[in-house]
Design a protein around this ligand. Sequence first.
Ligand SMILES: Cc1cc2nc3c(=O)[nH]c(=O)nc-3n(C[C@H](O)[C@H](O)[C@H](O)COP(=O)(O)OP(=O)(O)OC[C@H]3O[C@@H](n4cnc5c(N)ncnc54)[C@H](O)[C@@H]3O)c2cc1C
Ligand code: SF4
Length: 643
Amino acid sequence: MRLRVTTQKNTHYHLSTFPHFLTHITYYDLRTSTNAALSHDHHTTWLRNSYLEGTILAGNKHVRTIFSTMLSDCPIFITLNKSKTITMTNQLSEQFGPRDVMEYDVVIVGGGPAGLSAAIKIKQLAASTKQEISVCVLEKGGETGAHILSGAVLDPIAINELFPDWKELGAPLLTPVTEDRFLVLSEKKSYKTPEWLLPSCFQNHGNYIVSLANVVRWLSQQAENAGVEVFPGFAAAEILTNPDGSVKGVATGNMGINHDGTPGPSFQQGMELHAKYTLFAEGARGHLGKQLIATFALDAGRDPQTYGIGIKELWEIDPKKHQPGLVIHTAGWPLASDTYGGSFLYHLENNQVAVGFVLGLGYANPYLSPYEEFQRYKTHPAIRDFFEGAKRISYGARAIAAGGLQSLPKLTFPGGALIGCEAGFLNMSRIKGSHTAMKSGMLAAESIVTALSAGRSHDELTSYGEAVTGSWIHTELHKARNVKPWLAKGLYLGAAMVGIDQIVFKGKAPWTLHHTHADHECLRPAAEYQAIVYPKPDGKLTFDRLSSVFISNTNHAENQPIHLTLKNTSTPVSINLAIYAGPEARYCPAGVYEFIKTDDGADKLQINSQNCVHCKTCDIKDPTQNIVWVTPEGGGGPNYPNM
Ligand SMILES: Cc1cc2nc3c(=O)[nH]c(=O)nc-3n(C[C@H](O)[C@H](O)[C@H](O)COP(=O)(O)OP(=O)(O)OC[C@H]3O[C@@H](n4cnc5c(N)ncnc54)[C@H](O)[C@@H]3O)c2cc1C
Ligand code: SF4
């Protein structure tokens, strides 16, 4: 019997803590691709992003107890006779017997633009080559579209390729862009940038203002019409691997588990979905994608991924003030010039306006609250007038992967690939990622159909990576590669250099700037700043977090284990509160994290996990990376109508 421990990237394990019944240990370092024999004398050996294999002399039960205590944040697999994999951390498996297994040719995790476009393209190619290819899509939202939050101005380039007849098919692209305004705001004034000075990335003629959630609902319908099995309400919670390390599918999470991890009266065991190829399309900072990137060292030699948090509201405004097709972007106030961010305001159909704020998560001041900055922005004289007498309909937030080409990981690993914002295909200079997400899914689909036609399975889809490099995704991201790094250097220098980079050099400058730090490394101690006093909400134009979360229709099954897990329960107080004044209480747009006093006067972090809108900001920005977002029960989370 062999035992495999997949260690997490950047987490160190001391070999002396490994039990002595584990003998003949070897470790395989995924970064250097080397095997080495280890002994228990290796007390100073640190293992990083590697896996261990050894011979177990004790029984299953003993191993599980010891290992799950020792490496509680680390998935542990035991390979029995090289054929059956058991997740040791999932103690319920033994009690309730093996999980049901469903076999597909292709399993896709995530029913967003990327996942659904991949599924549709596979079915289109299968039909044209007369092949039977079974495809299923897992979506953690209660319905497809329920967890989709975007701007959104959609560049139709990908949907034109996927469905040249999308108009006849009734795709909800109803409002063509009619006017672009780019404003630089000071506290009281606004300055419109002349059109000739606007780089092409800020020009939107030919694009459509959409509800991306509705576009996704439409894509889901097209996928089902093509024979794809779409399973909303099912979160993929675990990656399954073959004995050779290739990905063989995913398992959905158990349902009906009590707060303490024991099975409740409505307990239902998760299901295994096995596939010849598995595509991961969870969007920015995917829970499983993060594990794959670490396990297969997909980010080796790449810049760290950087993110933004996007916070959005949907309003119904006075028809007299509504101008369908109007697109407004702003930079400047209320942010300090060294903080990267800006707003969007899009006039859709039906007197609706989507208004939102995107703030780079590489900010340094721990007192900054992205939510409060957004509320403040709406009070600007150039903006507030749109909302006089208007009604707020919905609210939500979601992280954006903003690193672009420099941060793009290797896309493939044996048995699968990353697509869409899971990989990080968003073009931050345009705040657009749905078209690249769709196209990446379509390119992965082509690679899969070629592989399946050749009778292949569980190997690496190298032609997908090559196809991306040869596609317009690469051309577009290459042109945009310096925009975010320049703007991260401050608004004024950044704007000047973006002008030179985009207007003079047209994105072909002979330099490439790099992202040097992950966002969580950028936070500075609170002692270096003064607390920011934000204005109180008026309940008409500006709102508190809880009334905002209320209209996101967020809900999680009660009594389930908290899905915002802490690697170390004392860190929030001993480090986050002590050094950074508890930033999670401010960067979380849903008020999930609260520092409270216990009866004996001690500080304590309270996690109101039922409010979580799945934006992933805490997983990204927590300064010590102590917070790990894991999938809650399928169907939980926001229920966005048309965001
Ligand atoms: C505020 C904001 C404004 C934006 N504006 C624009 C814009 O104007 N134009 C534009 O083109 N793009 C815009 N974007 C970006 C755009 O929304 C994304 O690029 C696009 O949604 C990426 O598609 P995706 O399919 O890769 O991921 P997503 O759209 O994030 O979809 C991922 C799906 O996977 C599901 N999922 C995740 N994990 C699991 C799991 N483990 N199991 C099952 N299901 C799972 C999620 O619930 C979700 O439905 C904006 C984004 C934000 C946040
Ligand atoms: S808990 Fe984390 S993922 Fe959930 S809303 Fe808050 S910051 Fe976002």
